[in-house]
Write a protein that binds this ligand. Sequence first.
Ligand code: FEO
Ligand code: CA
Ligand code: CA
Length: 678
Amino acid sequence: MPDLLPMLGRTHGNRSAVTCALKCDSACARPVPNLSTEPTFAAVASQALVSRRAVLVGGAVAAAAVAGPQLLGLPEAAAVEGRPAPGERAVRGGFSFTPIAAVSDDVDAMTVPRGFSWHPIIRWGDPLFHDSPRFDPTQPDADAAERQFGYNNDYTDVIVTDRRGRKALLCCNHEYTNRQIMFPPTTTPEAEADVLRALMAAHGFSVVELERRGTRRPWRYVQGARLNRRITATTPFLLDGPAAGSTLLQTAADPTGTRVHGTFGNCSGGTTPWGTVLSGEENFNGYFVADPAAPGSARYGLTDKPSSYGWEQVDDRFDATKAGYANEPHRFGWIVEIDPTDPRSTPRKHTAMGRFKHEGANVRVDDEGTVVAYMGDDERFDYLYKFVASKKFRPGKSAAARRHNLGLLSEGDLYVARFTGEQRPDNANLGTGRWLPLVRDGRSQVEGMSVEEVLVLTRLAADKVGATPMDRCEDVEPSLKTGKVYVVCTNNTDRGVKAGKPGPDAANPRAANKNGHIIELTEAGGRGDAETFEWDLFMVCGDEGQAGTYFAGWEGPVAPISCPDNIAFDSRDNLWISTDGQPGSIAKNDGLFRVPLAGRERGHLVQFLAVPVEAETCGPVIHDQDGSVFVAVQHPGEDGTWAEQNSFFPDYVSAGERPRRGEWRGPRPSVVQVVADR
Ligand code: FEO
Ligand code: CA
Ligand code: CA
């Protein structure tokens, strides 16, 4: 088999080297692809940024941050009751819990608050259909994988579909795979080709029906349910919007430029008010061999080296240097829309929303019915975007309303953000900003680029108009209560460090930003189609004692947090934040945190759970009024090997113990429900 992942340890970013290689094609180890970046504010020396908090509390996290990971050879207990966080009392509201203390990054367990338990609703390999084969990682098989739950669940939603709260749809994407820990080594090229096909089939998206006996109880998935669906790297998609059919999207296999097979690298997403699910195609470049001199290749990180995944060995379209396939990479990097209520529907890729390394898209309908989607490009020094639909939202559940709303993301205006603002001594920064149009009223707003070029090579268009280079925008999500938009910047260790790259600015305030921050953005007049906004820094992450941290002005104790990634809101408009990268930055397992956005407790961050060793916390879904929180536990035990696994989540089969039916002694990414004990 190919020599894929020889490295161990941490990269100069925050993730393990294995996660970096698989998830983003080791983007941190390569030059930043945005060569256009010019600081848009006066650079501010980070040394000057000493937080008031730091002076008061001192720098306690430093010692912990240098401790390396210690991997356990044996399974821990399946669940650990979290040690109460020092200085914290039970958090009250629709959902009460005692905050947990941070969990060391060598613990292979789900850690939840006292009085809660966790249940995997569905795991990698669980059979979805009546005829699905039983999970057996010793026999990699694409046909089986297409009929089982996929790998590395990221964006997740649980959409309750009946009034009694007993039926729901679980919608979940499958970002990437880890060949080394999923399947045994092979000895022949033919056997390895079978592995590659099985890995392709473990990507994509799943829709799974859930049921339960009553509210405030655990859900279970229904094998063979009518709406169950798997979308993989080979499922037919339609391209729609202004660039569909463009010569930039045509290939030998699709001279129409409108039909694509598959989706992969799907990171976060959002559920629309009309009941569909959006998912962002993010690090698609790692799946292709391409001509590095082709337009856009450098800017999108496409190279002619063998791809991280090796799919070009079994499918010619992944080698874009082959005749007729030069445009295949242009057919990825989109927002896809999936209708989970119609398993026969053809999912779509929306060219109107632009092509970049899409983290996700989250929609708000403003008071005027204007539909706006907020989107981040998750790469160091890339940009924040918004799409404003041409047509208004049509409320109601009629067939006509549904047809209308399904077309909303196919036509509209595309903007990219420029921030200006004020650097304050304690990072309580604020300022204003402008949405710079890229496409408006069907016309390109970028000199020298057609609408099709702007939409297919969106990064190049945004470079030209002078957008603000950000610290890796992950989830960008509006509160549906206040309309304020929360922009999660996960980290950027190159800011102010790499020669020629931008230094800190008001909206990205730290050099070598290892811990990330969250911006709170308020549209002018609360309008989705506003062209200006105001913003403030809501949170500058790290430990409470670390220089430069800021928690919306809160002066009491806070949980240490690093590398915020996905966010969600509960029924009281508290913000929930999941992390990706804490082991590499603060030597803690990744977790899920809660913070009030308003009132006396604004900024008071507490931790709710921690995921097992080497896992990332994804897709939080907060059903606080039902006593439940859902997380997608992605890449547990990522740094292991087939012979020596580092995590045994969630089955926790002990050495020598015979696995029960459907269980396995190895890590399985899973969607977990954490539910208050009755
Ligand atoms: Fe897949 Fe932006 O993290
Ligand atoms: Ca993410
Ligand atoms: Ca989210």
